[in-house]
Design a protein around this ligand. Structure first.
Ligand code: NDP
Length: 255
């Protein structure tokens, strides 16, 4: 069977968290170009406005929804406001942060911030969105995981813990919600040149390690995540559930 409309997102509304820049912004651009109506989320109204203006200039009309994903009350109010205007068919649970410090000195406040943003928030937003999806017996949730869902690297054990947990939360959500017509999958990027990785991008030693370690021998470009995200958001993946799709240039495939 060959049907390009399998990948069409026309008529679908997609909420993308943490979409003011980086991977979230690029996924908004990508899903928008496949026809989805995009709702961009971020904490900062000015950042969101400038992201929306950039997309508008490319002919992608969006709605902005300012809320902090770590605050469950804000999440519930934000999702309710979006759903007053129409259903959320697709959720890309993308907002996330990184934090580096020697593990034996890792500050408690940073640990809490990581768990709050990278794990609690994934649950808060998915749970809020799931209620409408379950009522409609239809919906797609893509949780952004990481190669760190599979592999540990020095200096980032707490981040690694959050991404490992998101992987298993994704499988758990699929196990509970597939019977209600929902599909919940994970998209796990390798190393991409975004603001989150600014220090690593600027470090030639790290880039050299990465290129040796990755079979594709380079950093990823955020646009290279779009195909996987569209697949997991569209009819093309209609029987895929609880799967973690690695987009990492082969990094986790090799020793
Ligand atoms: P960036 O730091 O470039 O962007 C993060 C985005 O998240 C920003 O738009 C920021 O918005 C938003 N954000 C952060 N905290 C919150 C919050 N509490 N509420 C709402 N929005 C928030 O990160 P990336 O694009 O690199 O990463 C995106 C996701 O991909 C993360 O989950 C990350 O862990 C994951 N990932 C990234 C990889 C990479 O190589 N870059 C590799 C593997 C996974 P603002 O500050 O404007 O509020």
């Amino acid at each position: 069977m060959s049907d390009p409309s399998l990948f069409s997102l026309h008529g679908k509304r997609a909420l993308i968290t943490g979409a003011s820049r980086g991977i979230g912004f690029t996924l908004a651009q990508g899903l928008g170009s496949f026809g989805a109506e995009i709702i961009l989320n971020g904490r900062n109204a000015a950042h969101l406005d400038s992201a929306r203006a950039r997309l508008e200039a490319e002919g992608i009309a969006t709605r902005g929804s300012v809320f902090d994903v770590t605050d469950q009350d804000q999440v519930l109010a934000g999702v309710e406001a979006i759903e007053k205007e129409g259903p959320i068919d697709i959720l890309i649970n993308n907002a996330g942060i990184q934090s580096r410090a020697p593990l034996d000195q890792f500050p408690r406040a940073e640990w809490d911030r990581l768990i709050s943003t990278n794990l609690n928030a994934v649950f808060f937003v998915a749970q809020a969105v799931s209620r409408g999806m379950i009522a409609r017996q239809s919906g797609k949730i893509v949780n952004i995981c990481s190669v760190q869902s599979e592999l540990a690297r020095p200096g980032i054990a707490p981040y690694t813990a959050t991404k490992g947990a998101v992987k298993m939360l994704t499988k758990g959500m699929a196990t509970d919600w597939a019977r209600h017509g929902l599909q919940i999958n994970g998209l796990a990027p390798g190393y991409f040149e975004t603001e989150m990785n600014a220090a690593l991008v600027a470090d030639p030693e790290f880039s050299s390690w990465l290129c040796k370690r990755t079979p594709a021998a380079r950093w990823g470009k955020a646009s290279e995540l779009v195909g996987a995200a569209v697949f997991l958001s569209s009819e093309a993946s209609s029987f895929v559930n609880g799967h973690i799709l690695m987009v990492d240039g082969g990094l986790t495939a090799s020793v």
